[in-house]
Design a binder for this molecule. Sequence first.
Ligand SMILES: Cc1cc2nc3c(=O)[nH]c(=O)nc-3n(C[C@H](O)[C@H](O)[C@H](O)COP(=O)(O)O)c2cc1C
Length: 183
Amino acid sequence: MDLIEGIKGRRSIRKYKTDPVSEEALQKVIETMRWSPSWANTQCWELILVRDPNVKSELANTLTATNPARSSMAEAPLVVVVCGKKGVSGFKKGEAATVKGDWLMFDTGIAMQSLCLAAHALGLGTVVVGLFDHRKAEEILGVPQNVEVVTMTPLGYPAAQAGAPKRKEVSEFVFSERYPKKQ
Ligand SMILES: Cc1cc2nc3c(=O)[nH]c(=O)nc-3n(C[C@H](O)[C@H](O)[C@H](O)COP(=O)(O)O)c2cc1C
């Protein structure tokens, strides 16, 4: 798949078949993600692969009832939970190197996008899930204090294709030379 076509064609998938994902496909997705860029190549990401139906359903319950991705968490054969090690990305000798503090959200975000694109290239679906009770998910998964759960995604074969939500026009977010003055 052409990269630009892949980036533009990836959609959030919220309906999954129960068919399993082969170990080969899963490893390909993770191997691709592994090559994501990160702050000073710190690679603060860690993944938890959840296949146990009881744990998937516990994780689904950390999403609000109105989250449109909720049912997909238990439906898909696999949930990939993306965690970040704290105090690594954006740090020099234990001190934050920029006003942004910990860059773990940024690096795990890039890694998640790589994972979603690799999955898409293999015909697999994903949806980045961010709206859930993170502390509850950390408790369920036994995540230690120095690590935090950032996002998760179901991973499986799409049962239905999704339409593309509208995007802003380029002119709405690209400025020339400096930030425009308020009218
Ligand atoms: C950081 C982040 C958090 C998100 N959280 C959720 C979520 O909790 N539930 C959900 O259904 N979709 C979630 N999404 C998916 C977005 O709604 C989706 O990417 C956006 O509407 C654009 O649609 P597309 O991915 O099909 O292009 C999230 C996406 C991102 C990047």
